[in-house]
Design a protein around this ligand. Structure first.
Ligand code: NAP
Ligand code: HSE
Length: 428
């Protein structure tokens, strides 16, 4: 019976989860993978802080050299996060002939190509199932199980914090700030929630999924991101009245004009499967020419769900080590497709604004939209207060460029006192 020695880099939320899951799996490992995974070293910054989390404190080290120079360690599990030193450590581990499992979406979304090329050069595995949607299997399905498809669409709710916030705003009528405070109190939102609420975290996940789904490299810089900070309880209420829910969606589409990669709030029909994905849950919806529609649902973050994905990767690598076939599946980006500019995407839009309540106002607004090729699907006057009226417009599917042009004109019109919200609407 083989002992496969591994090292963990980091013992925070995910690292501790990996430690616990490996312990819970210990008895079954020989039958499951024909080997026992032994944690030989854990890299931490502060040993004292980590001592209580492990059975044997002698595994703790603050010195990377103890890991990189140990030929017995065959797998490095990077769960420190951030760009550096994680990037350097992963490259050094691959160069030293070690396999790597990582949960680091920031790194994979920015430098995936370079890291996968290094893994290929050294014929080692670099797996990152945990980097997208935590416990939900999505990297392996896209890369392997769905390889017999031309995938055209990957759409998902891939950030648990923002989904929790929007769910609370929907079910309890909370405003954004109140729901964010609740998410922080319950431990969903990080101390600095910027990456979640501004859509950057979801953007990194979209870049990774799009690269794999469309076999063409998409980096985080290619992804348009817009967060949820401007969504109000009123927008959510009006959306509901019209049969929609508001979700922060990650959208990746392979179109004849190039790849669309974007993250933004979207009104989706309340009957759509993604509308029922609530609280901190994630879901990814995929369309392929052979499989048709497929949906993946579950916990997108957290100690044990994320560790579940990491340990799955570690077991896969262990099986490959035993069969002497590491590095079998590397980078699958063999195309070089263009990225579509955001101005060129087509969408329907929800527009809420405060206007002067007098004759000719509606006619002026519709004429600006019409002059910019924006066709109106619905226009509703919601409420009147003193001499102001609230108008809601839903457009047909139009080019973003045309919609932005009309917004620019409307922003300069004295009869329009405030453009309160602009939200994209799902569907053609
Ligand atoms: P975390 O709780 O902040 O843990 C990171 C750990 O790494 C901390 O214990 C930190 O030590 C340690 N660390 C950081 N830099 C180090 C260094 N240079 N040397 C040694 N140790 C170092 O973060 P996490 O939530 O576990 O996330 C880890 C990774 O998983 C990130 O890439 C994250 O994006 C990804 N991920 C997280 C989740 C989730 O639900 N949390 C889900 C999916 C993916 P200190 O405590 O001393 O700072
Ligand atoms: N912060 C992320 C979320 C989890 O809220 O979904 C880590 O990917």
């Amino acid at each position: 019976m083989e002992n496969i020695k591994i090292a963990l880099l980091g013992l925070g939320t995910v690292g501790t989860g990996v430690y616990k899951v490996l312990k819970a799996q210990k008895a079954e490992m020989p039958d499951k993978i024909g080997a026992e995974i032994v944690i030989k070293k854990i890299l931490v910054r502060n040993k004292e802080k980590a001592v209580a989390k492990v059975d044997d404190p002698s595994v703790l080290t603050t010195d990377w050299q103890e890991i990189i120079q140990d030929p017995e360690i065959q797998i490095v599990v990077e769960v420190m996060g951030g760009m550096e030193p994680a990037r350097t450590y992963i490259l050094e581990a691959l160069e030293a002939g070690k396999n790597v499992a990582t949960a680091n979406k920031d790194l994979i979304a920015a430098d995936g190509r370079e890291l996968l090329d290094a893994a290929h050069a050294h014929q080692k595995d670099l797996l990152f199932e945990a980097a997208v949607a935590g416990g939900i299997p999505i990297i392996r399905p896209l890369k392997q199980c769905l390889a017999g498809n031309h995938l055209s669409e990957v759409i998902g709710i891939v950030n648990g914090t923002t989904n929790f916030i929007l769910s609370k705003m929907t079910s309890e009528g909370m405003e954004f700030a109140e729901a964010l405070a609740m998410a922080t109190e319950l431990g969903y939102a990080e101390a600095d929630p910027t990456a979640d609420i501004e859509g950057y975290d979801a953007g990194r996940k979209v870049a990774i999924m799009a690269s794999i789904a469309f076999n063409s490299r998409v980096t985080f810089e290619d992804v348009y991101t817009e967060g949820i900070t401007k969504i109000s309880a009123k927008d959510i209420r009006y959306a509901k009245e019209m049969g929609y829910d508001i979700k922060l969606l990650g959208v990746a589409k392979n179109t004849p004009e190039g790849i669309e990669a974007r993250v933004h709030p979207m009104m989706i029909p309340s009957t759509h499967a993604l509308a029922s994905v609530n609280d901190s849950f994630n879901a990814v919806f995929v369309h392929g020419d052979a499989v048709d529609d497929a949906m993946f649902y579950g916990r997108g973050a957290g100690e044990l769900p994320t560790a579940s994905a990491i340990v799955g990767d570690v077991f896969d690598i262990a099986r490959n080590i035993r069969m002497n076939c590491c590095g079998r599946i590397g980078c699958t980006c063999y195309k070089d497709l263009p990225i579509k500019k955001m101005e060129d995407i087509k969408s329907r839009y929800f527009l809420r604004m405060q206007v002067e309540d007098r004759y000719g106002v509606l006619a002026s607004i519709t004429s600006v939209l019409g002059n910019n090729c924006v066709s109106i699907a619905q226009i509703i006057q919601k409420a009147k207060k003193q001499d102001l009226a609230e108008i809601v417009v839903i457009t047909d599917s139009v080019r973003e460029r045309h919609f932005r042009d009309s917004l620019k004109v409307m922003e300069g019109m004295s009869i329009i006192k405030k453009i309160s919200s602009v939200i994209r609407v799902y569907g053609d």
